[in-house]
Write a protein that binds this ligand. Sequence first.
Ligand SMILES: [Fe+2]
Length: 378
Amino acid sequence: MTEAPRNKTAGNIWSHYNPVRITSGQGAIDRLFSLDPPVAVGKRIFMVTSTGFTARGVTAQIEAQGRKHGLKNPILVFDGATPNPELDLLDRIATGLRGKGITRIIALGGGSVLDTAKAISVALPSDLEAPLDMVLRQGNPHKWKSRIPVVAVPTTAGTGAEVTPFATVWDSENKKKYSVSGEMVYPSHALLDPELTLTLPPKETLYTGLDAISHALESLWNKNRTPVSEALALKSLSLANEALPAVLKQPESLYFREMMQQAALLAGLAISRTRTAIAHAISYPLTMRFGVPHGLACSFTLPGLIRHYTQALNPDPRNAAMHDTLEILESLNLKAEIANYTGGEDLSKYVDEMLYPDRAWLYSKSINRMDLVCLLAK
Ligand SMILES: [Fe+2]
């Protein structure tokens, strides 16, 4: 009889939970106003998006769809969402919406749009005056007790924010990044239509795809991993390994767009349990200081981290998928991409910020300051 392999999760009690209702497929956007439970037609909807969708007519199409479904009140639209949403702006929007009878929020856009909507969804019903400032910046021990349900409609294939219980908000003046998190932060619905990702420019397709890959890897090497998160992350990685190179070559392919969207969704489901780890910890100071796009900032160290993680492991099915990913990442020459933002500055001076314990400690292998300096130098 063969001996049972040693598995870190074996023998441990684990749990997995994700309450987001998912609807996915070509044309799924047409179900926006017939989701279960349906939007109450007499109530007020707030929609968060970015100017591009309004300019391309998508916002107007959604407003028309709402009227067709008997929506009595016009949708309140905020289309000024920007990358890396600012804490003070979110507080102002949330408190400005009080008393307007908002019963549902639609978020149409990339990760920052979804994070904007999720942060507002818990800040709006809070009884605090400037909730995000008081809870995140001032450390008030307030729990998010209620929310306005969010229908998350991602238009990129990367963040997985449509199924996670956290939203990243930024305080650029004080060079800080915070996470709004907790059960109330889950969107109520995720609506995924691959057609919405067809207009994504090449760079954003690449960077958001890299974010999804980073999530799958960060979940696989995470101290919080469970058999469920591991299965989700492995499937995500194998889909992304096929879809990302293909979609970069054939951006008009709905087949590969959908495959990449599924990869991002599965990775999002995986990190909704585990959270991210060291690659994301490394990314935050670079996004804050140099404006490095999130997907690039959290992926340029992945080749080094894959080597660091797999070097001492016994034969493990995760390694095969990781090595396929390694080949793809190396072909992309991400170090050169990142130098376009950092001007080639020595990044090792930021290692103390990168070892920010909230995320870095979730990496299941030990990594010290010197390892990180070497990783950044290679
Ligand atoms: Fe990420």
